[in-house]
Design a protein around this ligand. Structure first.
Ligand code: FAD
Length: 459
């Protein structure tokens, strides 16, 4: 590895490569419950050419390479399970183009959500991108590559659906462009060419390194509001969500269930975020959203909460900071969640599962879901809090996550951004021919098996 260290220092400069124990410790873990795995070397490339040279070097010497954005995925996907090189993309953070008319942003892979959001607010206040509720340091590429979702997902689907094109360094070092950018100077769409972006989405960095990407932008409204619909019966939620999303007035529809404070425990809440250009349009949208669930208001089985402005402002925040506060529920603050992608009709079973797991394992929970598309599916999350300094508490959270993953798969859902053990649960249920095809594609792209090994593997 000392020889590799020297070769990498020649590529990026000695200040951007390290094998010091303290750096290796930091890159060995993420904020979730997965145990640490130390890299041998950490390197920070400054350009696509440098990424190519690093990957070529790793390929020649059959050393693992693990791409890393902000390392905030929580499920340990950017921990180097088999050692090798962690490729930290944060220096590659240029916003290369904003196309105002065709509404897209072209960015380098290390660009963070916060940087893009701030840049648009300053220079293009009429445009916004769909931001996840992750801390602002999370990268656009890391999030798109795992099929993330965010505050425009009701309108636009998964963040991978909002992708216009990719530039990728293949595991053998070649550079490839995918989407309209393969043929045109414009990064306007993935259609109409064969869509090869799927080779790099959902693979947890096992098929290549994204160096640039273009994502769709959307109109930014000067006026924004939120309504919180509540009911007490989980079996009503699929229809409530169906009606609210059917109105197609909202940008983001999210549900949340929490045992604290006590008054909130018996309610299921559904936040409906919407925006408008004028007060009249805002009122019109509010009325149509209300009309969509009038049946439940009339039957007195549900209704909108009157919101004090402090609470309303919190619900309008992007990203929603109150989510991260859950990490502080336990002394020593930590949390990890299973994000289960599943059909919306499974909401009641999904909710019961969370109650059952937290009760049987004895962990604090917070549950909720984000609607993807017009009720096309949901990301149902089960967040469990733990005290990082207490190994028994971490074990309990891990047991709750494992049990949830297993039962989600049995219910017909699919754990999202699944950690290596949960990937095996998914593979257990997966069409064997799909898994075999994944293996064939992977060995074609990555003949020496250097990209994030240990993920999407059997056994
Ligand atoms: C409080 C909180 C709230 C959250 N809310 C949301 C939410 O609302 N929506 C959501 O989608 N997520 C959410 N997350 C999860 C996660 O933080 C985000 O998905 C985040 O965007 C991941 O990006 P990252 O840069 O941290 O990726 P990383 O953790 O660095 O990487 C994720 C995966 O992508 C791969 N990868 C990273 N960069 C590249 C690259 N350039 N090329 C190839 N592969 C790459 C890595 O190898 C890894 O497998 C939340 C997390 C927290 C802590």
């Amino acid at each position: 590895m000392q020889d590799i260290l020297k070769l990498l220092a020649d590529i990026v400069g000695p200040q951007f490569v390290s094998d010091s124990p303290e750096e290796k410790l930091i890159y060995a873990m993420d904020p979730g419950t997965m145990p640490p795995c130390e890299p041998d070397i950490v390197v920070m490339p400054g350009s696509t050419e440098e990424v190519q040279k690093i990957v070529q070097t790793a390929n020649t010497h059959a050393v693992p390479v693990v791409p890393l954005g902000a390392g905030l995925v929580l499920s340990g996907l950017s921990r180097p399970l088999k050692g090798g090189i962690v490729l930290d993309m944060k220096r590659m953070n240029q916003i290369l183009e904003i196309n105002e008319i065709s509404r897209y942003a072209l960015v380098e892979a290390g660009t963070s959500q916060g940087m893009l959001q701030a840049y648009l607010q300053k220079h293009f206040p009429n445009l916004k991108h769909s931001a996840p509720d992750a801390p602002p340091a999370a990268t656009v590429a890391g999030n798109v590559s795992i099929h993330g979702s965010g505050h425009l997902s009701h309108a636009g689907g998964f963040h991978s659906d909002m992708l216009n094109g990719l530039e990728v360094v293949l595991p053998t070092g070649e550079l490839v462009r995918i989407g309209s950018c393969a043929t045109s100077p414009y990064w306007f769409a993935r259609a109409p060419l064969p869509d090869l972006s799927g080779l790099f989405l959902g693979w947890a960095g096992t098929t290549g390194v994204i160096t640039k990407l273009a994502i769709k932008l959307y109109p930014s409204y000067p006026l924004n509001d939120v309504g919180v619909f509540v009911c007490e019966d989980a079996s009503l939620m699929p229809d409530i969500l169906y009606r609210i999303t059917g109105a197609q007035m909202a940008e983001d529809v999210t549900a949340w269930m929490t045992p604290k404070p006590d008054w909130a425990a018996s309610f299921l809440h559904c936040n409906v975020n919407y925006g408008a250009r004028t007060p009249k349009e805002l009122l019109w949208k509010r009325n149509l959203i209300r009309a969509s669930v009038e049946k439940y208001i009339n039957e007195k089985t549900g209704g909108f909460l009157p919101l004090p402005s402090m609470m309303k402002n919190r619900f309008l925040e992007v990203p929603a900071r109150q989510l991260s506060l859950f990490a502080d529920v336990r002394k020593g603050g930590g949390f990890e969640y299973v994000g289960a992608i599943m059909p919306v009709e499974l909401f009641p079973q999904a909710y019961d599962l969370g109650l059952d797991v937290s009760d049987s394992v004895g962990v604090n929970y917070s549950m909720g879901c984000r609607i993807i598309g017009v009720n096309h599916c949901m990301m149902f999350f089960y967040a469990y809090a733990f005290n990082r300094a207490d190994p028994r508490d971490v074990d309990r959270a891990q047991a709750a996550l494992e049990k949830t993953n297993r039962q989600v798969v049995d219910m017909g859902g699919i754990p999202w951004k699944a950690e290596a053990p949960a990937q095996k649960e998914i593979i257990r249920k997966m069409d064997p021919n799909m898994f075999a095809l994944m293996g064939r594609l992977r060995s074609t792209l990555d003949p020496n098996g250097i990209m994030n090994p240990g993920n999407w593997e059997e056994g």
